[in-house]
Design a protein around this ligand. Sequence first.
Ligand code: CP3
Length: 357
Amino acid sequence: MSQLKNDRYLRALQCLPVDYTPVWIMRQAGRYLPEYRQLRLTAGSFMNLCQTPELACEVTLQPLKRFDLDAAIIFSDILTIPDAMGLGLHFETGEGPKFIKPIINVTDIKQLPIPDPEQSLKYVMDAIRLTRKELDGKVPLIGFSGSPWTLATYMIEGGSSKSFTKIKKMMYSNPKALHLLLEKLANSVALYLNAQIKAGAQSIMIFDTWGGVLSHQSYQEFSLYYMQMIISELIRGTKSADMLSYVPVTLFTKGGGLWLEPIRQTGCDAIGVDWTVDLNKIKSKGQIAIQGNLDPSVLYADKSTIESNVEAVLTEYGYHNGHIFNLGHGILQDIPVEHVQHFIHAVHQQSKRFHCD
Ligand code: CP3
């Protein structure tokens, strides 16, 4: 196993001291990069990029060639699981994801298979194995999945949604059916993430993009419960002086700022927070790692505005260990590449003074 040349991200995830705050960007490989757009054109479709390990590996490495990032995230999508369950995922230009066979009733749910990750999702594992080899220990590689709740929203709504009426209708009129779906998804996600760990993922992130549309009670019952189930099933290894012996888990619920304490109790190693959270007010800083939380739109601003906003986030977090700098959600597709460069440089430069012993 190759040595890790930059372990700041893994150290911060365990709340250990670092010399500056590690940074990576959600959706760091994507459409704001001209080389991504070019490769996407050659590949013909987004799914072809994901399903061809050599291309997925190349896209994963694109942002690392440009920027001094402290982690790589495998290029894929959260909707690979529903696709492997047979829902037929496709992306229509400018319209986001769509399923040919969305979930309509309990019969559909009962018929769903639990995918074997080394069969129908082998392309993800192959991409991870190849990317680890290509990275050669430069930075750690993050594996990921959607949360059961977030995956279920796409499977039931048939694609992206603003109001979530179909899934909420099922939640209140037939909660048993929804629980059956969430349980199947939790089992599938646990198998999928353990396979990613086995293939070489060095940290895991669970994206609960739509947990924040739930009431606080339903959040516990329909989203957090299943994420906790997954976390308890992950084979994470043991913490030791060797950063590579443990695979930390980050849980990100967009809009979950009011639920940080219940999220912490799932046993995750880090909590991802969006820009609505005041990092000053997080009581458990230093005991659990925090990832975030610059408003992604700040990257539209000029250099000095980006710098002052980075400074504000660093100051809010303060002198505690365990901060991983990121945006509060994915990078927007029309952000100028030079602004991303300024942002990463600003985090590294300005964070040094927060880490002096
Ligand atoms: O972070 C990374 O660089 C890794 C790659 C990654 C993608 N999607 C690539 C992608 C990751 C981690 C995701 C996660 C994902 N996918 C989430 C959770 C994170 C979040 O942003 O909330 C969600 C909800 C999805 C579902 C999804 N995939 C949507 C809604 C869309 C279309 C909307 C959009 O942003 O374009 C996608 C497509 C997608 N996934 C693209 C990329 C680069 C764009 C596809 C293209 O090139 O046309």
